[in-house]
Design a protein around this ligand. Structure first.
Ligand SMILES: [Zn+2]
Length: 138
């Protein structure tokens, strides 16, 4: 992703902004233009508060590598890390890292809340990308 595209998309990545269909109360993240439930084209912006629960998760112990063996995993510095599918209270599901907990604390069905964290920092100019991660609600 180019830097300019990244900055244009910041509200979405940074604030969990999606869409809501006022006709049938369906919610979308990432945002979309047409409701897949009722076909409505006039969806409203909706800011998710980031509360949800863990649907399933996996523990990543080996960083993703390209065929030459170079590490291309943006989470490589924090291995092992927990990658989960989180279902937001409003319904949409998304994939995100679970942070600030021990691996054995993570269970299917646990409540989580979104936090905003540095996702990746790279290059000589130190382009830092921020995005959402989730932590357990205690
Ligand atoms: Zn709808």
């Amino acid at each position: 992703m180019t830097v300019s595209k990244f900055w244009r998309n910041i509200p979405q990545y940074y604030n969990l902004i999606g869409k809501k269909c006022p006709e049938c109360n369906s919610y979308y993240f990432p945002p979309r233009d047409v409701c897949s439930q009722c076909g409505n084209h006039k969806l409203e912006e909706h800011k998710f508060d980031g509360r949800g629960e863990i649907v399933t998760f996996t523990i990543i112990r080996t960083p993703l590598m390209d065929p030459e063996g170079e590490v291309i995993d943006i989470h490589a510095q924090t291995i092992p890390y927990i990658l989960a599918i989180v279902k937001l209270e409003e319904g949409p599901k998304l994939t995100a890292e679970i942070v600030d907990c021990e691996i054995d604390e993570v269970k299917i069905g646990k409540e989580v809340g979104a936090v905003f964290r540095k996702i990746v920092e790279k290059g000589p100019h130190g382009v830092i990308q921020y995005g959402y991660k989730f932590k357990l609600v205690r």
